[in-house]
Write a protein that binds this ligand. Structure first.
Ligand code: GLU
Length: 441
């Protein structure tokens, strides 16, 4: 069996933390099995779906590196849905209903008032052909429901384990509106069959939908795929806040978060495996297994993301970042700057310490003299062999300074800052001429 997964966002917004995680797990499951990862655009809601969001979703997946092997759009597939609908109609698995929203809402309240579950009473199933004709003659167009079989519904979820629902306890779902438009449930099943989806991976908010959809697969004579319902993402204190939940690709980019960091974190959140920094997302494939995913909510912490971003940058080779670095940064400069970065944006600061101009510190006379002495020594050093080690060695021996008193004025004079990358890595890149000039400034 070829593993086929699909990521099925509605193009009604940008991708955010929750659906980036779903996309990632779909991608990992497909890649780990040498299968296919498909993008399905759930754009049956014509009012809320836009071309802009379609393009944004493609671009966001591209930026993340989760490139699909193919794409389908639900709005291209209405003929397919119509055919399946006819099949179900002929088999008596869909039926027309004429109740208004108000009527249904009153009936639900009555049922609840009597302590009964608020499920649809199937009144429409009892209508005679004449009664239906009379309603339609009055101008009432029907919406359609799927008739569930009153039997147990069971599956073994790849994340949640054995699942059990009673068909009799569920409401026949509306699958099509009176204007002919489709609700999510049935088209999704028709597509999953047509696309030969082997694994449906999505959030646990869809578990009850799965119970219904399993009967739809059966009613259409199709084999059922495997299901994996991921535990919800939560924030640092309980529910994922609006702000955390809305973190999307645009914002990650603006904050200087690398895709490898975002995906590295999301791949392991809520799993039994530790979060590790990776230089390329392909490294996440090997450790992937649905069995590692827990049922408990997965906690998303933006601070953890920032930390992982730093660790990720420290691994990235020059080639991976070259195009995004300030003009002129060499590989050696990148390697010197890299260990101090939290985001790539900070590389400009590291580069400024090398290239200058650096602000001259306001030194007291004593430090001024110390730096002047350092400048004189710097002139004489062999710059091809650890000039920093030679410089501080000589200064220490000559002045007796050590620790902060030895290092800080040199760093301040050479870089214009109190903190930064290792001086041993920076100094060869600053070079003799600039070093001498800065120390004597
Ligand atoms: N468009 C649906 C959603 O975003 C897809 C659910 C599914 O994966 O079946 O919730």
């Amino acid at each position: 069996m070829t593993v086929v997964t699909r990521f099925a966002p509605s193009p009604t917004g940008r991708l955010h933390v929750g659906n980036i995680r779903t996309a990632l797990v779909c991608w990992l499951a497909a890649r780990a099995a040498g299968g296919h990862f498909m993008l399905r655009l759930d754009d049956t809601d014509r009012a809320r779906s836009t071309e802009e969001f379609v393009d944004a979703i493609r671009a966001d997946l591209g930026w993340l590196g989760l490139v699909p092997d193919g794409e389908v759009r639900q709005s291209d597939r209405f003929a397919l849905y119509e055919r399946a609908f006819e099949t179900l109609h002929a088999a008596g698995r869909v039926y027309p209903c004429y109740e208004s929203e108000e009527e249904l809402s009153i009936r639900r309240k009555v049922a609840l008032g009597r302590g009964l579950p608020p499920i649809y009473d199937r009144a429409a199933l009892k209508l005679s052909a004449e009664e239906r004709q009379a309603l339609e003659a009055d101008g009432i167009r029907p919406h359609w429901r799927f008739r569930l079989d009153a039997k147990p519904i069971e599956w073994t979820d790849l994340v949640r384990g054995p699942q059990h629902f009673e068909g009799a306890a569920l409401s026949d779902p509306v699958i099509r509106r009176a204007d002919g438009s489709w609700l999510y449930l049935l088209p999704s099943v028709i597509d999953d069959i047509d696309m030969k989806v082997s694994h449906v991976v999505r959030g646990e908010d869809h578990v009850a939908n799965t119970a219904i959809q399993l009967q739809m697969f059966e009613a259409l004579g199709a084999a059922v795929p495997q299901f994996a319902h991921m535990a919800l993402l939560v924030g640092t204190d309980g529910k994922l806040s609006k702000r955390e939940g809305a973190i999307g690709v645009g914002q990650l980019r603006d904050q200087g978060i690398e895709p490898q960091a975002m995906l590295g974190l999301l791949a392991r959140l809520g799993t039994s495996e530790p979060v590790v920094a990776v230089a390329a997302i392909a490294e996440l494939i090997e450790g992937f297994a649905f069995a590692h995913m827990g049922r408990a909510p997965a906690r998303f912490d933006p601070a953890e993301l920032t930390q992982l971003n730093a660790k990720t940058l420290h691994l990235l080779p020059y080639e991976a970042v070259r195009e995004r670095l300030p003009e002129g940064i060499s590989e050696a400069a990148w390697l010197a700057i890299r260990p101090n970065l939290t985001t790539l944006v900070d590389a400009a600061e590291g580069w400024a310490m090398i290239e200058g101009p650096v602000p001259a510190p306001a030194f007291e006379a004593e430090d001024k003299a110390f730096c002047a002495r350092a400048a004189a020594i710097a002139e004489t050093l062999d710059w091809s062999a650890d000039p920093w080690g030679q410089l501080v060695g000589a200064l220490k021996a000559e002045t007796g300074r050590k620790g902060r008193a030895l290092f800080l004025p040199l760093r301040q004079a050479l870089t214009g800052r109190d903190h930064g990358p290792e001086m041993a890595a920076l100094l060869p890149l600053i070079g003799r001429d600039r070093a001498v000039a800065r120390l004597s400034a």
